[in-house]
Design a protein. Structure first.
Length: 316
């Protein structure tokens, strides 16, 4: 069956990309092909290089593109952290400074979240695997069953910003002495046993949300992948080309903000150093003064958009 993902902030993405016929654009997170399709229509005969780590997303997107008779898309099943290699392998000539735009729409698609056989959601009991990639190198099950208490506490605290990280990590360690933790259901029961009553009853957010977010980030090495991808994406952009990132939690947004800020300035030597030794040059300018968020109407129609934050920068 074909699934549809309602793309978030699509109108803003198209506006800030300024996509025109003949351009080449990379969609680093193809998902349900919402952005890919809209961009491909606008830049034809230019090409969209569309990447996704999830084989199921790739198969689904292929069907959608074929049905809509869209032919100017090159599809690659890989991690966007390899963006430079992917671009080099798929361009006829050198890939550096060749792209007019690069877009990242981070995180999960609705299809991944709603797939009851995958372990992303705490709404269904599924095997404990939160990997985007079917052949992922790190498994969530391994993390939960083998990582030491200090490491578990660290990731739940850092990646989940969960105030009860230590209690949850300790309960995981205690439980795994007698049973192997193999399902999301088991994990939810453990998290529930670690938390005080007032926290379990907190409105607006399920008590397992932050721990699930932390484990997903660790399983997919999401933050490192983003840092690597941004640095490499910069090399692929043309002068005047734009990079757009839509993120859904503060850790990702902080990485994007700091990257844009660093690339916006020349010398990055420590302030006490009298003579510049870094030879760093500014290579990006921010296009929007503040972070962009979806309109109220969009959030009403698509609650998934509520935490979206979009940043746009242009290559100097
Ligand atoms: C929010 S969805 C993108 C939705 C898309 N913009 C659309 O219009 O349908 C995010 C997608 O990024 C993919 N993804 C996440 N991390 C990735 C990575 N490191 N490399 C490649 N794809 C990744 C996920 O598999 C998912 O399909």
């Amino acid at each position: 069956m074909e699934y549809k993902h309602v793309p978030v902030m699509l109108a803003e993405v198209l506006e800030y990309l300024r996509a025109e016929p003949g351009q080449n654009i990379i969609d680093c997170t193809m998902g349900g092909a919402g952005y890919t399709m809209a961009i491909a229509e606008r830049i034809n005969p230019g090409k969209v290089l569309a990447i996704d780590l999830d084989q199921l997303a790739i198969e689904n997107a292929k069907k959608i593109l074929a049905k809509n008779k869209i032919k100017n898309v090159i599809i690659v099943n890989d991690n966007f952290r390899n963006i430079k290699k992917i671009a080099e392998e798929n361009m006829e000539s050198a890939a550096e400074n060749k792209f007019d735009g690069i877009v990242f729409d981070l995180g999960l698609s609705s299809a991944q979240l709603e797939d009851r056989t995958r372990g992303f959601s705490f709404k269904a009991d599924a095997p404990l695997n939160m990997s985007f990639n079917q052949a992922g190198e790190i498994s969530t099950e391994d993390i939960v069953n083998t990582w030491p208490e200090a490491e578990l506490t660290r990731i739940i605290r850092e990646y989940g910003e969960e105030r009860f990280a230590h209690k949850i990590a300790r309960k995981i360690i205690e439980t795994r002495k007698t049973e192997e933790i193999k399902t999301t259901g088991q994990l939810i029961a453990i998290i529930k046993r670690s938390l005080p009553g007032f926290y379990l009853r907190k409105k607006g957010i399920h008590f397992a949300t932050l721990t699930f977010q932390a484990l997903r980030i660790a399983t997919n090495e999401e933050l490192v992948s983003l840092e690597e991808a941004l640095a490499n994406a910069l090399k692929l952009l043309k002068k005047g080309g734009r990079i757009i990132v839509i993120s859904y939690h503060s850790l990702e947004d902080r990485i994007v903000k700091q990257f844009f800020k660093k690339e916006n300035i020349g010398c990055i030597c420590p302030p006490r150093q009298p003579v510049c030794q870094c030879e760093h040059e500014a290579s990006l300018k921010s296009v929007t003064r503040k972070v962009l968020i979806p309109t109220e109407t969009e959030v009403e129609e698509n609650p998934r958009a509520r935490s979206a934050k979009m940043r746009v920068a242009e290559k100097l």
